[in-house]
Structures are given as structure tokens and as C-alpha cells.
Design a binder for this molecule. Structure first.
Ligand code: FE
Length: 233
């Protein structure tokens, strides 16, 4: 038997989706990207979400005891995911530029890139150190359209998405040097990697565009910072 090397990349083989988990406090709305949403029981229909205690959405759910889950479609853009995943509701009103409706709990339901939603009332919480698991019974739910859900694997492998350090599934990654002709650049703020072979189709940048060729007004598609915040991978 090999000597015990724990390879945490095995955790990446667990399947997840990608969701916007939202809540409300005194009519203020906030939401964040989460991948850890799962159904626990069917009678009554009950779901759980794991939310980082540092996040504003955590405060909102703790106080209002309600949350919504918007199930993201495969087509969800990196910009959209970055808007909810890498920005803080303490600095911006995330819902000011997003199409949404209020659910029966008064928490917002995202209507863009969303194929279904669930609304829940918290019935139990589990303190798991950095995160709280909120367990809620479903009070409303519906399908919004027939698209395919985004899986976390698709987000990582096809969309080249990264996890913020506050995500429950974050794994610290070492920089990997590659002897590519066109160099990859990493956003020092969110960890997004610009890969010239992939380009940034969401922002109209074709595959094969080197980092140097990117226009000066190009910004990180995930967190929105400028080119100067990038460094060679
Ligand atoms: Fe970024």
C-alpha cells in the first residue's frame, strides 16, 4: 500500500450543481453562489445549504430564517457567476442589475440563467465551524424553463471557474507552470485564469487571443478587476 498521502482532489469527484442562494433582511436582498445544496428528505420536502459564516447571506438567513435557491443553467456566464460569487453584498447591491422576483418568503428568486427555484423556511441549523448548514422545508418551488442545470464539474472544467477561499469546497492549489507558447495569467483577486487557448467568449474575446492582445478595457470576467491585477501563472 502507498504511504498515506491524502489527495484532497478526490473531493472534486463528488457531484454538485451551481446555485444562487438568496435571502432577505429588512427588505434588503442578497444572494451568493453556492454549490452545496442538497435534498435531505421528501416528506416533508426538505433541503440543506452550507453557507460561510463570513458571508452577508449567512447573516440574512440567520435572521430571517428563509432562503431561496435558484438553480443555474449550464449557459450561465462567468460574469453572472462572478457577480454573485466573487463580490460582496456589503459593497454592492447584487440585485440592482439582475432580473428577479420576490417569492412567498419575500426573499429574491433569480430569473436570469435560472431554470428552477426552491424557497425554504429554516427548521434547523448545524454549526460546522467555518460554515453553518441551514436545513429548510420547502414552502414553494417551480421550474422556470427546461434548460440543463450547471454542474460544478462543468463549471470547473469547461468554464474554468474557480472557488473563492470562502467556499466549502475550496482546495488550495499550487501554481502549475506550463511550457505553453502563450502564457496564462491569473487574477490575483479571484483566482480566475485567463487561458489564451480558451479566450473569453462571454466578453467577445476569441480563442487564440494572447493576454497582451486583450484590450485595455478588458476586465476579469469573474470579479471585474482590470488587467493590471493579473500575474503570469
Ligand atoms: Fe478576478
Amino acid at each position: 500500500m502507498e504511504s498515506g498521502i491524502t489527495n484532497l482532489k478526490a473531493l472534486r469527484k463528488i457531484c454538485y450543481g451551481l446555485y444562487v442562494v438568496s435571502s432577505v433582511r429588512n427588505e434588503k436582498l442578497n444572494g451568493q453562489i453556492a454549490n452545496t445544496v442538497f435534498q435531505i428528505t421528501s416528506t416533508p420536502a426538505t433541503i440543506a445549504v452550507s453557507i460561510n459564516k463570513q458571508n452577508l447571506t449567512h447573516e440574512f438567513i440567520k435572521e430571517s430564517k428563509v432562503f431561496t435557491v435558484s438553480v443555474l443553467a449550464k449557459e450561465a456566464s462567468m460574469k453572472f457567476i462572478g457577480h454573485f460569487g466573487f463580490k460582496s453584498g456589503r459593497k454592492i447591491d447584487k440585485f440592482s442589475e439582475v432580473n428577479y422576483k420576490l417569492g412567498v418568503t419575500n426573499a429574491p428568486i433569480v430569473l436570469e440563467y435560472s431554470i428552477a427555484y426552491l424557497e425554504a423556511e429554516v427548521v434547523s441549523t448545524v454549526d460546522v465551524g467555518t460554515h453553518t448548514i441551514f436545513i429548510g422545508t420547502i414552502v414553494d418551488a417551480d421550474i422556470l424553463n427546461e434548460g440543463e442545470p450547471m454542474t460544478y464539474a462543468y463549471y470547473h472544467t469547461v468554464k474554468k471557474g474557480k472557488s473563492p477561499k470562502t467556499a466549502p469546497t475550496y482546495i488550495a492549489e499550487k501554481n502549475q507552470k506550463e511550457e505553453n507558447k502563450m502564457k496564462k495569467y491569473r487574477c490575483t483577486v479571484c483566482g480566475y485564469v485567463y487561458d489564451p487557448e480558451v479566450g473569453d467568449p462571454d466578453s467577445g474575446v476569441n480563442p487564440g487571443t494572447s493576454f497582451e492582445q486583450l484590450p485595455d478595457n478588458w476586465v476579469c470576467p469573474v470579479c471585474g478587476v482590470e488587467k493590471t491585477e493579473f500575474e503570469e501563472e
